[in-house]
Each structure stands twice: as C-alpha cells, then as structure tokens.
Design a protein around this ligand. Structure first.
Ligand SMILES: *Cc1c(COP(=O)(O)O)cnc(C)c1O
Length: 377
C-alpha cells in the first residue's frame, strides 16, 4: 500500500468487487450481470470498479452520465456501456463518438440520436412501470420502441428495460408492487412480438437477489458489487458479499478534557467525567455527515469502538477515548475492520436515516483512494 497524502484515506479492495461479482453471477445465472459504476463507482473509483467487475465476469457496464462513460473509454475499457437515462440532446455526438449505448424514452430523445448521424447505434428503451422517475409511460412504450425500429439503420433496438422501485423490501405490499411492475412490463413486451436479439432487463441489485422473476436477460447490479446491502429486507441475501471500501485515518491530536466542559461547534456534547479526546482529521467535506457526531457515530481505535463527540466539523471530528493510551498517528477506522470489530456503511446509514449508497457515494474526491488487496478480501 502506498502512503496516502493525508491522514485520511479510503482503501479500495478491488478483489472484493471482483469476488462479489462472481458470487452475484452465480446467483442470477443464467442471466448476465452488468455492473453499475455510476457516481465514480459508488465512490470506489469508476475505472477500478469497472475493471474489477469485468474480471469477475460482468458482461457490460452501466453509468448515469455521458462523461462517466467517456472516462471509462479513455481508460481503455472496451465493454458495452449503457447510459441509464436519456441524456441532454447536445451530448448525442459525444456518446456516439465514444460508442456509449443510449437509453431513450421520448420521441425527442430518438430524434436527437438520429441527428447525431450514427450507424447501427444500439439503443435501449426504458419503460416506467411504477417508479415514476424516468421512462416511457406503458401506454407510449410501444410507439417509442417502434420509433427506434423505424430509425434503422441509424439506430438498432438492443434493449428494453424497466426499473424497480421497492425490490429491497420483503413486506407483502412491496412484494405485490414489484410483481405488478413486472406484470406491466410483460404486457408491453407482449405487444412487441418478434423483436429479435433484444436484451430485456428489470432488476437492480435487490431485484436480482430477491426476485427471480425480475432477472431476465441481465441484472444491472450496483450496490451489491461493492459489498453493501441494498436494504434491510435483503440483508440475509448479501451475507456472502464483502465490503470493498474501508475509510481510515490517523489520530492527529490527543488531549484531556474536564467533566462539565463541552465540545465542538455549538457545544452540543457535554462531558460527564474527565476523559481523553482524540481528534481525527476527516470531516463533513470528506463525507462524514455533520450530525453523525450527535446520532451515535463510532470509530475504531486500538480495536475498540469509540463514540464520536460533538458535531463533525468540515475537516475534523472528535472521539472520546476514555483513559486509554492512544497516540498521535494511531490508526482510526471509520468504516471497515480493526481488531475483530467492524463498522459498516450500513451502520452509518442506520444512524442517519439513509442507505449505504449515500454513505459511500458521499466520500468526497478530497479523500485519496488507495488500492488494498487482502487475502480474506
Ligand atoms: C443505479 C441504478 C441501478 C443500480 O441499482 P443498485 O440498487 O445499486 O443495484 C440499476 N438500474 C438503474 C436504472 C439505476 O439507476
């Protein structure tokens, strides 16, 4: 491991991503797995994540933005890259130039692609079956699909897909909602008849893990390849996966504080007894949310859990280390393992009323990513 440039860094275990992809491919077979590496590979590094996923057997990649696809092409990645939503029309030429596979769901979107003058550009059509974010309404889906077919030979219909809104929830109403989404999807597909060699897909990580009926030609797996659970309802299905990111730092300062004094902005934590406090040089500008210091956030130092005290500041946070003998330079684990203890992104998420996705995506560019490969990875 090379020395990070500051005393806070994220270790990325790309072997864990590769292994998670293998495990997931086993689970969803015979469906293929396409790895979702948008948002800089959910904070893990898009190129690192893409290469690891392809080594693990992923057959394609998915991104949110043209610039994310271009980054992968510039790194020499040749696999198919699907853009998950329609892109601004002025990006059409760039996406054609870099052989990115667009998604469309409007006539406007189809026209913008044709105007870029492509030759046999594979295109996926997205149908909204209940998420109500983006996608052609089920009543318009067939006409959009026909518009793509009519734009041959510039465009070629290569995929039809939808997206599940609540696939991570195992309660009955959620299971019914997912089944209804798939039913609406199938009704559209039934109108297509002989569409030939078209990939049909519906499942994200949770869909692929929990809903065999959603697997279809391929599963678009994001969060699970990073070893993070999509939601509590599917926790038991991800037990075999390994987190690929660990967030670490070193103690930058240690001091003694007196009972009755308070700490950090707003003085929102008062010490009940004399204790030692360690300062850790990582803060909300790095992706440790400010309120985690007030909602039970912990770190590991010397193989033990230690509570954060006071609000997290922009660049630093404070930890109550009791009377333990901890020194400047000692390693701090914010996410990951130390001495048999572990803290996961999901633990932060539970304390912050969010999901593991937001935690890892929130680790900012200011935190150096360091490659780490451990045997147990
Ligand atoms: C982000 C995204 C995914 C991946 O979802 P995970 O829950 O991370 O597996 C799949 N499909 C679409 C359309 C997405 O936007």
């Amino acid at each position: 491991m090379s020395a990070p440039a500051r005393w806070a860094w994220a270790e990325i275990n790309d072997r864990a991503i590769e292994r998670n992809v293998r495990v997931l491919i086993d689970r969803v077979a015979p469906s293929a797995l396409w790895a979702v590496v948008k948002a800089d590979g959910y904070g893990h590094g898009a190129v690192t994540a893409a290469r690891a996923a392809l080594r693990g057997g992923a057959e394609g990649l998915c991104v949110a933005l043209v610039q994310e696809g271009v980054e992968l092409r510039r790194a020499g990645i040749d696999a198919p890259i699907l853009l998950l939503s329609e892109q601004p029309p002025e990006q059409a030429a760039t996406l054609v130039e870099h052989r990115l596979t667009p998604t469309v769901y409007s006539v406007r979107g189809v026209d913008a692609l044709v105007d870029a003058g492509p030759d046999g550009l594979p295109v996926h059509v997205k149908i909204d079956t209940g998420m109500q974010r983006v996608g052609a309404h089920v009543d318009d889906a067939t006409s959009i699909i026909e518009a793509v077919a009519a734009a041959s030979p510039q465009l070629r219909l290569a995929g039809v897909f939808t997206h599940l809104a609540i696939a991570d929830d195992d309660a009955d109403p959620a299971l019914r909602f997912t089944a209804d989404q798939l039913d609406r999807f199938d009704l559209v597909l039934a109108t297509l008849g002989g569409v030939g060699d078209v990939a049909i897909h519906a499942a994200n990580s949770a869909g692929g893990l929990a809903h065999a009926a959603a697997r279809r030609s391929l599963v678009r797996a994001g969060i699970a390849i990073y070893g993070i659970s999509p939601g509590e309802g599917v926790d038991d299905l991800v037990a075999e996966l390994r987190p690929a990111m660990s967030l670490r730092a070193r103690v930058s300062f240690v001091k003694r504080v007196r009972a009755g004094t308070a700490i950090s902005y707003g003085l929102r934590h008062t010490f009940e007894r004399d204790t030692n406090v360690a300062t850790v040089p990582i803060g909300y500008a790095d992706g440790v949310p400010r309120r985690l210091g007030l909602t039970g956030g912990e770190v590991l130092i010397g193989g033990r859990r230690r509570p954060m005290v006071g609000v997290v500041t922009m660049d630093q946070l404070m930890v109550d280390i009791g009377d333990d003998d901890i020194e400047i330079g000692d390693e701090v684990v914010l996410i990951g393992e130390q001495g048999g203890e572990s803290i996961r992104a999901e633990d932060w998420a539970a304390r912050l009323d969010t999901i593991g996705y937001e935690i890892v995506c929130g680790v900012s560019a200011r935190v150096p990513r360091v490659q780490r490969r451990s045997i147990d990875g």
